[in-house]
Design a protein around this ligand. Sequence first.
Ligand SMILES: C[S@@+](CC[C@H](N)C(=O)[O-])C[C@H]1O[C@@H](n2cnc3c(N)ncnc32)[C@H](O)[C@@H]1O
Length: 255
Amino acid sequence: MSGDEGLRGRIEDLGPWFHNLDIEGVRTAPYHPLGDYPAFKWRRFADLIPADLKGRTVLDIGCNAGFYAFEMKRRGAERVVGIDGDGRYLRQAAFAADALGLDVEFRELSVYEVDKMGERFDLVLFMGVLYHLRHPLLALDLIHAHATSDLLVFQSLLRGEEGVLPVADDHGFEETAVFGREGYPVLHFVEHRYAGDPTNWWIPNRACAEAMLRSAGFSIQECRAGDTYLCRRGAVPKGFGDLAGAAPLVPGPGD
Ligand SMILES: C[S@@+](CC[C@H](N)C(=O)[O-])C[C@H]1O[C@@H](n2cnc3c(N)ncnc32)[C@H](O)[C@@H]1O
């Protein structure tokens, strides 16, 4: 068997892949339904992230097979950690890191467990995960409380209206029309599946994604490709959701 066939076999054994990585000229997901994913997406927002990450630390939450984590390492980040809830993807990521010769650490952890990292990162990537969660706002609150010290790159599938209404501080109880107005934040609940995927739970419209980020204490700096936001960690709006130092929501043994 040639080296190339051996590599192809190993990649096939680790499949199916969601990330189409190029490993020594062999593609891991050449027939991805979205095309050359996520390279085509990355090209649209690559300039949102500092080109030189020297000395910075990066956490990629929901890293899958590590495409973005590898790009962060290629930009010179001092330390890159990828976490994902699915061990199959992490095995792909570990294999790819080794084959590509990139020093990236991967850990099997849910976004709900980011406090277990015990450290904050200069840059956190949280892309393509929010709508897969049953508790999306909790995830954002936890990232703010435990994971990021400065920047967040956030991406989500968005559905519904594109408009964004100016946000009012309050509405009287009699005000009902505003909830149906274009640009009001809406989080669409998926009871069964969307696009054949039973792990899609909550899909925001644009106004809702932006409102959730602000509500969790992230100030939006820029948006690219229509759905990818660079945010800076700021103060949590008064009276809401600051989970830093809060007791675990689900106490574990010994808590
Ligand atoms: C649509 S993929 C996005 C992958 C990558 N971030 C990207 O943008 O290409 C969603 C990823 O989130 C992971 N994921 C889903 N729920 C998670 C959770 N609770 N904690 C961490 N990762 C999760 C999945 O295993 C999968 O790898």
